[in-house]
Design a protein around this ligand. Structure first.
Ligand code: ADP
Ligand code: MG
Length: 317
């Protein structure tokens, strides 16, 4: 494979925006607009932890950016600039870098952001990808995890569990429904939702560790309890079919990760606006529960009984 500087000029520079100065300077130059706040997020992806060696390189590039865009959108911000840290093992085929950058290109065009810089180094073990993303939004408008109030309603965008079930198919080593596998390999955060979210949400998080875990982050930060109704959870027809055949997989809906949807709270009076946002964007937004006094997240079945939650989501340590 080429040296670091050849990789930068051949593969990374074409992805750069004006703030990247052609990737030939020591640093990027970002001029913040007055009246805007900057929101900055970072995610690290390790080979065999966050993606599989067999995953197409383009899907790894796509995912590395998408997981950061997901955080940015859940805060009500628009993605703008990203930085790419790459550690590549000796002997890696250059085609991998080419595919990875094709995935990044497709993702940055879809999400509306450009490459501002990064660092490239040799890895002693496995591929490491780290993306830092900067987004912006009107000053003071960031939607935090901490704003949920007792009496608010709980909503989630899109469907839950698809990505975890797509990963299940891959791990089984069998051909699963392409839509589920794609939701795992190429998550598509809800671009365009940020500007709506900051109008009505009191608190928000992206669903990356699993619904129960991420709703739990809102409950903890807001010092409230959250009740979720199992029958209200949005599930795709492909996921329903798989769960019908393997009932033991049902908990993927609330404990599986990698959904990259947005879970948020809003006052009941905002319901019509939320419905209009969903129609505008052509996405589904489901009301799945409510904010109560107390602590923790409870999942209730149709009879109001607690559903036993074996796993509250992905925990790294
Ligand atoms: P320095 O040694 O001064 O830190 P480098 O030689 O590492 O700078 O990088 C030169 C330029 O290339 C910088 O603009 C840097 O941001 C960019 N760059 C290096 N690696 C990457 C990468 N993986 N993705 C994007 N830009 C990169
Ligand atoms: Mg450097």
């Amino acid at each position: 494979m080429r040296g670091e500087f050849d990789l930068i000029s051949k593969y990374f520079a074409p992805l750069a925006g004006p703030e990247g100065l052609g990737l030939v300077d020591d640093a990027a130059l970002v001029s913040p607009s007055s009246g805007l706040d900057l929101v900055v997020t970072k995610d690290l992806l390790l080979e065999n932890v966050h993606f599989r060696t067999a995953d197409p390189a383009a899907s790894v590039g796509h995912k590395a950016l998408a997981v950061n865009v997901s955080d940015c959108i859940a805060k009500g911000a628009e993605p703008r600039h990203y930085w790419l840290g790459l550690a590549l093992p000796k002997g890696l085929d250059e085609n991998w870098v080419q595919g990875f950058c094709a995935g990044l290109r497709q993702a940055q065009d879809a999400f509306g952001c450009t490459l501002a810089g990064g660092d490239t180094t040799r890895s002693l073990s496995g591929i490491v990808v780290s993306v830092t993303l900067m987004g912006d939004l009107p000053a003071g408008a960031m939607v935090k995890r901490s704003g949920a109030k007792v009496g608010d309603e709980l909503y989630v965008t899109g469907n839950l569990g698809d990505a975890a079930l797509g990963l299940w198919w891959l791990q089984e080593g069998r051909e699963g429904p392409a839509t589920l596998v794609k939701r795992y390999q190429q998550p598509n955060p809800r671009t365009g939702f940020s500007s709506h979210l900051r109008r009505f949400a009191t608190a928000s998080a992206d669903v990356s560790d699993g619904l129960i875990a991420d709703a739990g982050h809102i409950a903890e930060a807001s010092d409230v309890g959250i009740v979720i109704h199992k029958d209200a959870l949005p599930v795709s027809t492909e996921a329903q079919a798989l769960i019908a055949a393997h009932p033991e997989l049902e908990s993927a809906i609330w404990s599986g990760g990698d959904d990259y949807e947005v879970v948020f709270t809003a006052p009941p009076a905002m319901a019509p606006e939320i419905k209009r946002a969903a129609e505008d964007l052509g996405i589904s937004i489901s009301r799945i529960g409510e904010v109560v006094s107390g602590e923790n997240v409870q999942l209730l079945d149709l009879n109001g009984e607690n559903v036993h939650i074996a796993s509250r989501g992905y925990v790294h340590f």
